[in-house]
Design a protein around this ligand. Sequence first.
Ligand code: ADP
Length: 872
Amino acid sequence: MAKVTPMMQQYLQIKEQYDDCILFFRIGDFYEMFFDDAKIASRELELVLTGKDCGLEERAPMCGIPYHAADSYISKLIEKGHKVAICEQMEDPALAKGIVKRDIIKVITPGTVTDTNMLDEKRNNYIMCIYKNGEWYGISYCDISTGEFHASEFKHNGEQKVFDEIARLYPSEIIYNTQFKNNEKMLKRINDRFNISHSQYDDTYFEYNACIKKVNDQFKNIDKKMTLTSGICACGALLCYIEETQKTSLLHINTLNIYSADDFMVLDMATRRNLELTETIRTQSKKGSLLWIIDRTVTAMGARMMRRWVDEPLVHRESIEYRLDAVEELYNNVYVREFLREKLKGIYDIERLIGKIVYGNINARDLVSLKQSIASLPAIKECIAECKSSMLMNLKTGIDILDDVYDLIDKSITDNPPMSVKDGLIIKDGYNETIDKLRSASRDGKDWIAKLEEKEREVTGIKSLKVGYNKVFGYYIEITRSNLNLVPEDRYIRKQTLANSERYITPELKEMESTILGAEEKVVQLEYEVFCGIRDTISKQIERIQKTAYAISNLDVLCSLSTAALENDYVKPVFADNGSISIKDGRHPVVEKTLSGGMFVPNDTYLDNGKDRISIITGPNMAGKSTYMRQVALIVIMAQIGSFVPAKSAEIGIVDRIFTRIGASDDLSAGQSTFMVEMSEVAYILKNATSESLILLDEVGRGTSTFDGLSIAWAVVEYISDKSKIGAKTLFATHYHELTELEGRIEGIKNYRISVKEHGDDIIFLRKIVRGGADQSYGIQVAKLAGLPEEVIKKAKEIISKLESSDIIKIKSADDEAAVESSDEDYKQLDFFSFGGNDIINELRKIEVDNTTPMEALNILDRLVKKAKSKN
Ligand code: ADP
């Protein structure tokens, strides 16, 4: 049997250990991929698939990319959910005996990207680890580009909580143990709802004793009272995974933040999307989202923190007010706010610069950016020195002015260094004696050469004599053809002939050349070593720098919120302990921006845990029902983030969760029908809502027939309103005017409608919410506004007047009320809709299908059709 070549043997050995990755195998100036990897990469990266002799009968499929262009190819593969293992040559091929030694230096996966070019600077890139042990779930997540690391665990309703956490964090990668993997339903749910790369990680990494040791070794802030168990297993395994992929120490991952999922408002995926918190439903862009309105941050760190705040509104009053008081102080203090914003603009992404220090890919320019950022710190610290709110006072303490780091960079690194750290010109004169000496040797040598040109011109009498340099021949003397007769043949050695000239060297020129080049080479090498030393010195200060970066991001977010509040005319919310939500002149923060000045009509809201728990909101399409409902939810969310809110005044009873059932959902792509999706979302709400929740339901029941829909909507309202079951504050927009019957019948329900004015044949939207139910749908008028052809509108009007006079719609008769009143079970008013009086239906009811022959059936059908036609 044919034997593979030694190099291919080496390849296969390495590949075996990284079989879930695409292996980038360095050969000279290329990364080559072989076999299946080559097939995948050539497809995904549009590379030409070739072959390589590998000792076997068939050539190995192969494709390759130049090493210097690897980043963009890697990021394409990562984006498509692949993992890439980078295998480098570990020795100089020229010096290697036999096959060049190669090894994996790094594995890049979607959650472990550290290259800042591949990352969005305005959002965190999390990798999440889930450990399931019976009913317990441990969770950890980390952004390895910044070093932040969090963990939690839960038992009650664990599966749902894991799901909610995934929705909150939207990690780019998830790893988990076998028990979690075995929950196929859960994995399917993750696949259906999210586009996240996930994989199982070996159970041995989740072993408790090893994990607790790992956690203790990694984090400096672990204390004896630590209560996590499953969470620890998730932390330990995640640390192993990060180490395995990064193959470097992880100095910047030094603080474990243990949190409880109960610290944040729960917002499921559908709600985040429906409320367009960080991106719009239609275009998935930030523009048009809540984040777009309130994110006025000026640093990348601040932008990431702002997104986090929006993604995780708080639920504890003290922590919300802690933020709000700081926002208010900055809101009121123009000077401090504007000064801070100006200074913050000069601050680079310190968090990710620290990551680069740890991963060893920081360059001298980055250090200059760090220095420039540090330069702003004293002024920032001083500026908030007089602030009174506790958060600002604490942030002031958190800022370390890092003067030692500043001084070190300032005296060592040149002000405008090149990108590469291996080409010299990065260390300032005067910082390192040897570098200075070598530089002067090289400088003196160059002076000597410059003088040589003059001297040789004089000696030879050749005025056009030139001393030049190129990489192949080094220094040379160039004489034009016409002067060749004057060349001192005894001293000059001919080296190269060109069309119009000859190039010569002399022994003394070569000697000086080797002094200069030797010094230059040495200086470049030494500069690199000195640079690495500086980098290592700074890496010892990582924790101080991180603390400062954290304070800066918070400050940026606070400034951002106060600026947004001021520019958009927001008000500071206050919090009510009795659970009521009372908003005066509330506005939708995004819609008001999309309408021209003053066009948005503000509306009041009152909801509480008693008589005003559920608002049934009626009104024609386009009246503004869903805008209104979303506006209430957004105001509550903004308040709980710690932001001012778009209203004249707002008193907010803190809510634990917001649920929404609005519009169509993405799940349609997962193969479910609209109605099925709608109902599963409603089911989810009914299962998970509490009396502290806020629920928005828009047109529930629309996806099925009127009867079914109305019955379901009715039953849902009744269920939610029942305090022993849910009792949540709810806004329920509906077309079913019949639901307005519920006011007075069920405690806590109030009717509202968004008013419209009839104007001849048309309607005018007033956008104002008022008490009472609507009794008309104005569907045809809205259709007219939407531009349906006049002919269609006319026909629709004809049909409706016919329908209104027919059996089907002749429902609301004078005795409706009596029927309602008399209902003692299951609200019999639904019977108004029944077709009980219709003789065709009655006849149908009598048919015994099992005892009917096909012929009889046809006869019956014929009779019924004739009857129906005669009624028309
Ligand atoms: P509905 O849910 O009743 O069909 P929407 O909430 O979708 O209606 O509102 C329709 C449009 O009306 C929105 O796109 C918006 O431009 C406008 N609108 C809604 N509420 C207001 C308001 N309070 N002031 C001004 N315009 C509004």
